[in-house]
Design a protein around this ligand. Structure first.
Ligand SMILES: *[C@@H]1O[C@H](CO)[C@@H](O)[C@H](O)[C@H]1NC(C)=O
Ligand SMILES: *[C@@H]1O[C@H](CO)[C@@H](O)[C@H](O)[C@H]1NC(C)=O
Ligand SMILES: *[C@@H]1O[C@H](CO)[C@@H](O)[C@H](O)[C@H]1NC(C)=O
Ligand SMILES: *[C@@H]1O[C@H](CO)[C@@H](O)[C@H](O)[C@H]1NC(C)=O
Ligand SMILES: *[C@@H]1O[C@H](CO)[C@@H](O)[C@H](O)[C@H]1NC(C)=O
Ligand SMILES: *[C@@H]1O[C@H](CO)[C@@H](O)[C@H](O)[C@H]1NC(C)=O
Ligand SMILES: *[C@@H]1O[C@H](CO)[C@@H](O)[C@H](O)[C@H]1NC(C)=O
Ligand SMILES: *[C@@H]1O[C@H](CO)[C@@H](O)[C@H](O)[C@H]1NC(C)=O
Ligand SMILES: *[C@@H]1O[C@H](CO)[C@@H](O)[C@H](O)[C@H]1NC(C)=O
Ligand SMILES: *[C@@H]1O[C@H](CO)[C@@H](O)[C@H](O)[C@H]1NC(C)=O
Length: 625
């Protein structure tokens, strides 16, 4: 279908929210104080690599041709326009062109030894293949399995970390906001002293599972920080700078990250998530067998979203998963109604003046927590003027390199306090961009909430007036009701939108978040709510002790208090009767106005002159500012 006309107005701003996960941080309307003047055009010592560059271009063309052929038979293109800042010749650069991009393209476009007929994927003779019973770890084990995060990745040894005196307490991987690998947050982390295992007299009857994709390369755009941009600027200035001391390694360093797609570790995260869900909740498949049906899982068309879902499926169902479930791949592109990518039909979410509220907060906070680091690092990088934003980018570089290539020398450059500062910068960003501090958070989360209510009540969505898609949601095969297991994949921004829309107000208790200090014991932590492969369990329970079906919300294995939701009692295990939960969510749906939130002509002033802590815009007729 053709996107509606109103999209033309912002189609002209390719760098404005072109991607849902603008890696902290999104394009602002213009350069701020920290952004250096535009660099001079790239200079390349032509003689050094003119020939390899040509050879590469030829290879790239062949590769493109192969891709076109492949796509003609119906593949999904990368949804990001990805205007690579790094031309295809970059892979031939090596030291001494420090800061350059290094790319290795695998597989080769037409490998000389490819002989598919000699390597059939099925040859019979599989041996004995009986299966066993479904696991139910969530109910059968004496304790719930804890996920510690990132077994394949390497952190600097405590002695390498700057002033790493509190090494035991200091877990670097948990201080990266949305770039942290997901981990079990621990019993009581969100204020309910209970684990994810069903309470004494209860058993699990169903699960609605919402998860994020795994670790990825940086997104293509950033308005604050952005590793590719920084490495590009270093490269442009290659002849002029020299790292010494802690930064001496940069003289030989090359930029090795791609864009947008899953990293090998990200792939593992989703595979592991699938395995762990099967171990904990495999017994829910018995309902499908009883009903002579298979599950439907959902993801979106974007490369990393599809790859995440399929890796999850390999973990959950094993290889080959064909025939065991059906994968719905919804279109993530401008103008397509999609509850898992609501920003694609919500113009106000993409108008910089309304959505880029987060940047000034991050900029202000970075200026505070990184001032020592800037003073420390600048003398060690002779001939290159570092800004606070650059130093912030070095922290991003640590996280991105680690989840992509397993280790990063940049991680050693900062103190624990500076990592706490980085983590909080991420909280600020997402609070104001995607959660309780954003005027367009609730309205974007509401579509998924409508679907959740439909599934919980076994009743189709009555009116399609948000991001819901009638073609999908009204089709009982595409969007089945009354199932025991649902799995949906999405982005961190959408997980935060949904948390906001659901009225999980315990996470809003410290808002509006201040830019000049970290509130003590804050409850809103993006590394706990929306890290790579973050996952939300909507757990359905039947209890001997409590009448009627119960629901719990469990984020990264932490039970969430539901006491902010009208009608939900203060329960020691975090349970709420499904009826009360649904009634409150219907009330929230009734109060949420997509037309106004996404298309209304409201304005809000920048910065703290206007605050929301419910993720809503000003009401119709309300004058602010
Ligand atoms: C590290 O510790 C030393 C000695 O305690 C102190 O002088 C220095 O300022 C600290 N550096 C940073 C970056 O915190
Ligand atoms: C910190 O917050 C958690 C929940 O978010 C709460 O359970 C705990 O009591 C708080 N601790 C302090 C010292 O306030
Ligand atoms: C870095 O970003 C700035 C501001 O958006 C842009 O002007 C500049 O061209 C970028 N530099 C590189 C090397 O990508
Ligand atoms: C970089 O600085 C170091 C230490 O001052 C010096 O020994 C080295 O020659 C410098 N390298 C370049 C390329 O200027
Ligand atoms: C609903 O989703 C389907 C499949 O992704 C898509 O083809 C269709 O265009 C969507 N409808 C709207 C109104 O966006
Ligand atoms: C797509 O969303 C718009 C806005 O909520 C709605 O008017 C329209 O009916 C939806 N289309 C479908 C096919 O669901
Ligand atoms: C799944 O089956 C169990 C056991 O028969 C039952 O208690 C539960 O209600 C079923 N769940 C759904 C969603 O039908
Ligand atoms: C949402 O949360 C606010 C603040 O806790 C509360 O006053 C309101 O009743 C809640 N609304 C619903 C429908 O749960
Ligand atoms: C959808 O329409 C219903 C009925 O008119 C209304 O109560 C609700 O607020 C609307 N929902 C959204 C998300 O606009
Ligand atoms: C918004 O929140 C900030 C930080 O808590 C506060 O300083 C400011 O006064 C608030 N603004 C309004 C209009 O309430």
């Amino acid at each position: 279908m053709a996107p509606p006309d109103e999209y033309k107005q912002y189609a002209a701003h390719p760098d404005s929210h072109a991607d849902p996960e603008q890696q902290a941080l999104l394009p602002g309307p213009g350069p701020g104080p920290d952004i250096p003047p535009p660099p001079a055009p790239r200079q390349r010592p032509k003689s050094a690599y003119a020939y390899p560059a040509l050879a590469f271009v030829a290879g790239a063309l062949a590769c493109l041709a192969a891709q076109l052929l492949f796509c003609a038979s119906g593949c999904f293109s990368r949804s990001s326009p990805a205007p690579s800042a790094y031309p295809t010749d970059a892979h031939v650069l090596a030291p001494p062109y420090a800061g350059s991009t290094q790319v290795h393209r695998f597989p080769p476009a037409s490998p000389s030894n490819a002989a598919p007929s000699l390597f059939p994927t099925s040859v019979g003779f599989a041996g004995i293949t009986p299966t066993g019973a479904e696991p139910a770890l969530v109910a059968t084990a004496p304790s719930y399995p804890v996920h510690t995060g990132a077994p394949q990745l390497v952190a600097p040894s405590p002695t390498k970390l700057r002033n790493g005196t509190s090494a035991e307490r200091f877990d670097l991987f948990k201080l990266w906001g949305n770039l942290s690998p997901w981990y079990s947050v621990g019993r009581g982390a969100f204020g309910v002293d209970a684990g994810p295992e069903p309470p004494e007299t209860c058993r699990v009857t169903g699960l609605h599972f919402l998860h994020r994709h795994g670790a990825r390369y940086p997104t293509s755009f950033a308005s604050y920080g952005g590793p590719a941009n920084f490495s590009g600027r270093l490269h442009e200035a290659a002849a002029g700078w020299n790292g010494t001391g802690d930064l001496e390694f940069m003289n030989e360093w090359t930029y090795k990250l791609g864009e947008e797609v899953l990293t090998p570790f990200g792939r593992q995260q989703l595979f592991d998530l699938g395995v762990s869900l099967r171990l904990k909740y495999g017994f829910l498949l018995e309902n499908f067998t009883a009903a002579n049906a298979i599950p439907v899982f959902r993801t979106e068309s974007q490369d990393r979203m599809l790859a995440s879902a399929l890796n999850f499926a390999v973990g959950f169902f094993g290889y080959p998963f064909e025939g065991q479930y059906q994968q719905s791949i919804t279109i993530e592109a401008d103008g397509f109604n999609n509850t898992l990518a609501p920003y694609k039909t919500c113009p106000n979410a993409r108008i910089a003046a309304k959505s880029d509220r987060a940047i000034p907060y991050v900029r202000e906070w970075a200026g505070i927590y990184l001032s020592d680091a800037l003073a420390r690092l600048q003398p060690q990088l002779k001939g290159y003027q570092l800004t606070v934003e650059d130093v912030y980018t070095l922290q991003q570089m640590c996280a991105y390199e680690t989840v992509a290539i397993g280790y990063s020398k940049f991680c050693e450059l900062f103190t624990e306090e500076e990592w706490e500062g980085f983590n909080y910068a991420m909280d600020l960003y997402f609070w104001y961009d995607s959660a309780f501090g954003s005027p367009v958070a609730k309205v974007q989360g509401i579509g998924y909430v409508q679907e959740l209510v439909a599934r919980l009540t076994h009743t189709p969505i009555p009116t399609h007036n948000s991001s819901t898609n009638a073609t999908l949601d009204d089709d009982p095969l595409m969007f089945p009701l009354g199932q025991s297991l649902y799995v949906d994949a999405t982005h961190e921004v959408v997980v935060l939108n949904v948390i906001t829309a659901l009225n999980l107000t315990s996470f809003a208790r410290d808002g509006p978040l201040p830019a000049d200090h970290i509130p003590p014991n804050r409850s809103f932590r993006v590394s706990q709510l929306a890290p790579f492969a973050t996952n939300v369990q909507f757990q359905l329970l039947s209890c001997a002790s409590t009448p009627g079906p119960q629901i719990r919300v469990i984020i990264n294995d932490g039970v969430v208090p539901l006491t902010g939701i009208r009608g939900c009692p203060a329960d020691k295990d975090g349970m709420c009767p499904v009826d009360a939960f649904v009634a409150a969510q219907k009330e929230i749906i009734g109060q949420t106005d997509w037309e106004w939130g996404c298309h209304g002509t409201w304005e809000v002033p920048a910065g703290p002159a206007w605050n929301t802590t419910t993720g809503e815009p000003p009401r119709r007729g309300e004058v602010v500012g």
